[in-house]
Design a protein around this ligand. Sequence first.
Ligand code: NAP
Ligand code: ZN
Ligand code: ZN
Length: 336
Amino acid sequence: MSRSQEHHKFEGWIGHDNTRHMVWGSFEPKPWEETDIEIEVTHCGICSSDIHVLRSGWGPTTYPVVVGHEIIGIAVRVGEDAKTDIRVGDRVGVGAQSDACLRRKPPATALDWSDCKECAKGKENRCAHASTTYNGCFYSAAANGAKTMGGYARYNRCPSHFVFKIPDALRSEHAAPMMCAGLTVYSALASVPSSDIGGLEQHLEGRKIGVVGIGGLGHLAIQLARAMGADYVVGISRGETKRDDAGKLEGLVGSTLSWALPDYGKLEVAVNELVVNGLTISGSLIGSTAEMREMLRLVTEKGIRPWVELRNMKDANQAIMDMEAGKAWYRLVLEA
Ligand SMILES: NC(=O)c1ccc[n+]([C@@H]2O[C@H](COP(=O)([O-])OP(=O)(O)OC[C@H]3O[C@@H](n4cnc5c(N)ncnc54)[C@H](OP(=O)(O)O)[C@@H]3O)[C@@H](O)[C@H]2O)c1
Ligand SMILES: [Zn+2]
Ligand SMILES: [Zn+2]
């Protein structure tokens, strides 16, 4: 396995509090472990979650924070013990999750997690110790609780378990939004009960799918629901402006699946509607590493592409403001 020991300077856009703009500066990555991969970031999508966390919208953020969890770049260092076929020079991605218990036991961690049922099932995203790519921490003994730092940066250092090889057919600016937005909506759609006899492409046969809010996640949900065989897909938007786009995405303007996470969000439901119609409400949290691979395969085969607008990494603050103002059409992607 080829490796590079070159010293990389970790710099990025640092959020220091919930009011000011991010400031470019250096930060300390997690301590290097031989199970890690170091990535030179070329692209990072802007997810609404970045803004929630920058603004402490989901509760107090542990500042300083570097957000960004739709990371694409080049592997510049691959640890000796990285369990992967990734080599130095490969194009790789990191999504919204950078660690989990992974059933480690002492001395690899302080606690014995060998009985984690979620990690045993390959559902790392449901692990009680799932850690986000920013505003989280790493769990190995060597990392000693080091903070996770996201992709609005020059480099990212991540345990190889959460680093994915990007298919050649997928351009980096298109791959970036798939790492969080794509995975989240794919996982939600894949969780819809199905006979699964026909495989992924027939998974939603006989289903009518409604997508509420046609933004970064929503416009991918429409495309993926079609690719997974839904009878028809209805995009539900607040205004008229996206009607034509919904048509181009092959959607039209049952169960309810929710991935939206508004600040202090609550969902009000008329219980009698649920009971009388036998409806189900479920939530979905990103997706597993297996689902990430399935999703990348599906979008490559089906030619699904997010609609992206590229911005220079140096303009990250402006891009965040534009995103907050609802100007993203449909995903802003920062390019180094
Ligand atoms: N569960 C997970 O694992 C997960 C993963 C990633 C993101 N998320 C969350 O998913 C949500 C969407 O993220 P995104 O990146 O797709 O954001 P986005 O690009 O801003 O899209 C959100 C869409 O929601 C609609 N919307 C915005 N404000 C609204 C309001 N006040 N009332 C009703 N609808 C509104 C808009 O669609 P229309 O203009 O069509 O109405 C907008 O395009 C965020 O809360 C994010 O944190 C969750
Ligand atoms: Zn996200
Ligand atoms: Zn676990």
